[in-house]
Design a protein around this ligand. Structure first.
Ligand SMILES: [Zn+2]
Length: 323
């Protein structure tokens, strides 16, 4: 790999730098596999051959091909890493944020594509990872949604009718729990429409993963999207063997307990921040095998921030080897 090229420092340089698909590709490979050991995202094998002209690997373990994007939030995108890298750079380096129109102009793509890119990058930054949940070697992912906010039934009638007139709807939080790693991702979503929920699933969970939900119609036909979908009917049963959503429901219970009393009126914007904090606490909580204390959690939070900074610093040319 040639190191004669200077890594970009400014936005202008970055756009030029990443406009070369080969260079953008090499840069992204280094970020995904920092120790240089490229392992198959499907089977983990490190034995493979690289087809340079098509930028794909052929895995000797599972006899399938994989790309840099497999298992990441970039996977379903037809856009090259050159465009993705430039977009990430712009998002992290523009102090005043960046609009989809601006990004579209710079990359020569449609505003709609640019909007989707920004959305996915923000999600990845929030989750601390560009990787999706699930996959072959992972456990099932429990999926559920829940409503938050004041109990309108216990409200004074006048207040209740005022809220109803204003078209008040309780905020909805959508969540996913990986049964194997016990990691959660959760966020406020605008509604419980099928399209909304399934777009979240498609963006965050690898196809082919086992997913467990309740019988809500918003989750219908997930198997048509290549998920191994199993449902539990809460009216008749709460647990059917392995198939249940108790893990994510336990997370909702924790979240609601934490929020009780701290809220009167719930602003979805603030709620989302609380959800984010609770996700971090949950994902770093102490377990039998993992005896974390507050000091460990603090350290983890700091290293996550630092880790993010390192990753994005590398992207923005401020990391090691930036000169
Ligand atoms: Zn493989």
């Amino acid at each position: 790999m040639s190191n004669t090229l200077k890594r970009p420092v400014t936005l202008q340089q970055a756009i030029v730098y990443f406009s070369d698909p080969d260079r953008a590709f090499r840069y992204a490979v280094e970020l995904r596999w920092p120790d240089g050991r490229i392992d198959c995202p499907r089977c983990g094998s490190e034995s493979h051959s690289f087809l340079k002209t098509r930028r794909i690997w052929f895995c000797n373990g599972c006899k399938k091909q994989f790309t840099l994007k497999v298992g990441t939030v970039f996977e379903d995108s037809a856009l090259g890493m050159d465009k993705w890298m430039t977009a990430v750079w712009m998002l992290v380096s523009c102090k005043n944020g960046i609009s989809s129109y601006e990004l579209a102009r710079n990359l020569g793509i449609t505003q709609k594509s640019a909007w989707h890119m920004l959305h996915r990058i923000r999600e990845a930054m929030r989750n601390g990872s560009f990787m999706k949940m699930g996959g072959d070697d992972s456990g099932p992912v429990e999926i559920d949604e829940t409503h938050f906010g004041p109990n309108t039934r216990k409200m004074h009638a006048s207040k209740r009718s005022k809220l109803a007139k204003e078209g008040y709807q309780k905020p909805v939080v959508f969540g996913m729990l990986d049964r194997e790693s016990r990691q959660v991702r959760a966020k406020v979503v605008p509604n419980v429409k099928r399209e909304t929920l399934q777009n979240e699933i498609l963006e965050q969970i690898e196809k082919g993963s086992k997913v467990f939900t309740d019988c809500y119609t918003g989750y219908d036909n997930l198997s048509a999207e290549n998920y191994i979908h199993e449902t539990v009917n809460h009216v008749e049963e709460y647990v059917r063997g392995q198939v249940h959503t108790n893990g994510i429901e336990n997370f909702w219970a924790l979240l609601k307990r934490t929020l009780r009393g701290t809220y009167v009126a719930v602003e979805p914007f603030h709620l989302d921040r609380y959800v984010g904090e609770q996700v971090f606490r949950f994902n770093t909580r102490a377990t039998k095998d993992n005896l974390l204390n507050d000091a460990d959690r603090f350290h983890l939070a700091m290293s996550q921030v630092a880790g993010k900074r390192l990753t994005y610093a590398a992207l923005t040319g401020k990391g090691q080897g930036a000169s």
